[in-house]
Design a protein around this ligand. Sequence first.
Ligand code: PLP
Length: 353
Amino acid sequence: MPRPIQAHIDLSALEHNLNVVRRMSSARIMAVIKAAAYGHGLLRAAEALNAAEGFALLDIQEAVRLREAGFRQQILLLEGFFSSDDLPLLAEYDLASVIHSPHQIAMLDAYPRRGGLSLWLKINSGMNRLGFPPREVPAVMEKLKNHAAVKDVTLMTHFSHADEAEGVAQQLERFNTLAAPYRAPRSLANSAALLRYPATHADWVRPGIMLYGASPFAGTEAGQFGLRPAMTLSSEIISVREIGAGEQVGYGGLFRAESTTRVGVVACGYADGYPRHAPTGTPVLVQGRRTRTLGRVSMDMLSVDLSALPETAVGSKVTLWGQGLPVEEVAHAAGTISYELLCALTARVPVVA
Ligand SMILES: *Cc1c(COP(=O)(O)O)cnc(C)c1O
């Protein structure tokens, strides 16, 4: 029998979450499926999200694979093209690309073919990651609009504080001012902006995390927005022992029992993508009942407290996150965010639908 860990993907949850976006906004939906669809599997997720008008990811080979699998939607490369060798592929497979830096314009200028390229001009409205600074935008826009290799241009930006108190006001105003002279379609909103700021929806929304049923906001859970978790990471108890007061569990003995404690060992560790930083007390479900982790997470195993769950035994089912235990809660306990946990799932974990 294979090791009992697996990540199960609820395809109907993906479809449901896409419909939640649909009901919230009349914009076209660019479903963000980077990082193997946040760990859910690229093609599987794309199929479940097939009603979206577009897919956004990073890797041109993955984009080609989507096209070859028959997807007809817009496919957008979020970090743009990395080399002039990418340009013929963009044209051949009808892939749209972000353009964010002057070196990419130089590649375009050297590209001999005419027409064909759909570009998303990324404006740095304050995040200072990718994008042209506001003062350069008018000249870049004129250049692209008149460029022989370019078919159409969409204007985009990305928010740095859409999930926090500071919000989007300043970046939104900067973007709107820069975009005002043009008729180009616009795209601004990630999940957090989509949920919180209807004024950012524009022509294309770019939801990622919410499609997978997790909340982009610290301290809120996706259920509040009617979203359903798509991934459930589960495994089983593979050993049970009772330890006495004063005995320790795991590397470094980070957990020390104060009284008799029934300890279960779960076949799941950081080499599966479970966060090593998760401290004693991180929530976990055993046979659907909530308990806590004990001690340090090791490479292949972690320990859980079965003291209040006498009906559990070797073979009892364990949910690390997902159905019944929001990944946000586990992430919060481990000092990280749901995004990181979903993406960090490692190749040895079977992902099944
Ligand atoms: C990842 C990403 C998104 C999606 O962000 P979520 O917070 O997961 O909704 C949207 N736009 C860009 C440019 C991204 O890189």
